[in-house]
Design a binder for this molecule. Structure first.
Ligand code: PEP
Length: 256
């Protein structure tokens, strides 16, 4: 049984006080959510404050990115052991902004996925096509490449613990959400990729989140889809009330 996982990605937003307040709201939502795991990924400089606010609650904390080396001359980067020491459980890897704004390659992201396991973190591996790729009928080819390269070389035990976030680039921060059916189709395709790479049992265990302009009012229909096991939420995770509503709607969708 896959436990639904709703995670906020705050990107380069909030300040220290706002981060702590948002974390308290998310922690309350995590305590109230029936059967839904809740997490937040604050900017690296606020991880410590967020972990402190989450202490004693089920709220999970993650980094938004990490380098694959443990330390060294990588100005501006954050290492896995640093996130781990601060109390992170997850690391978002291969987010489309990392791929397309900062030029991260599949190979680079694969090294980070391996590093995450090495340093005791669980990857939230983001995959998804750009608008031109969808329009050219290349969605499955792009997603297949992201999934196979992102999981390359992982043992079954590791792959089972990866959270895959399907985030169509054209839906991120644009207000355009994939329809529940569009998202379900790609999620089912990803599960098929997992089955070919590993086996059906493993494919059935991996949690696949949807991300891209998720809001309280589209959560229920997305989360009703059989292969949507959670959400990666950007903009709407920056308001405590909205994020709590997304968590509550997710719980309701999986309960009905
Ligand atoms: C994201 O950045 O992962 C994301 C899904 O953003 P938004 O919800 O704002 O589209």
């Amino acid at each position: 049984m896959r436990k639904p996982f709703v995670c906020g990605n705050w990107k380069m937003n909030t300040d220290r006080r706002g981060a702590a307040a948002l974390a308290q709201g998310a922690a309350r939502a995590a305590e109230q959510a029936r059967g839904v795991e809740v997490g937040v990924c604050p900017p690296a400089c606020y991880v410590e404050a967020v972990v402190a606010a989450a202490r004693g609650t089920p709220l999970a904390v993650g980094g938004q990115n990490m380098h694959f080396e443990a330390s060294g001359a990588f100005t501006g980067e954050v290492a896995g052991p640093m996130l781990k020491e601060l109390g992170c459980r997850y690391a978002i890897l291969g987010h489309s902004e990392r791929r397309h704004v900062f030029g991260e390659t599949d190979e680079f992201i694969s090294r980070k996925v391996h590093a995450a396991f090495k340093f005791g973190l669980l990857p939230i591996l983001c995959v998804g096509e750009k608008l031109q790729e969808r329009q050219a009928g290349r969605t499955e080819a792009v997603v297949h490449r992201h999934v196979t390269s992102g999981l390359a070389g992982l043992t079954g035990d590791q792959a089972r613990q990866v959270v895959i976030a399907y985030e169509p680039v054209w839906a991120i921060g644009t207000g355009l959400t994939a329809t529940p059916q569009q998202a379900q189709d790609v999620h089912a395709f990803i599960r098929g990729c997992l089955e070919s790479l590993y086996d059906a049992a493993l494919a059935g265990d991996v949690r696949i989140q949807y991300g891209g302009s998720v809001k309280p009012d589209n959560t229920f229909d997305l989360m009703r889809q059989a292969d949507i096991d959670g959400l990666l939420v950007g903009g709407a995770s920056l308001k405590a009330e909205g994020f709590s509503a997304i968590v509550a709607e997710s719980a309701r969708a999986k309960e009905v």
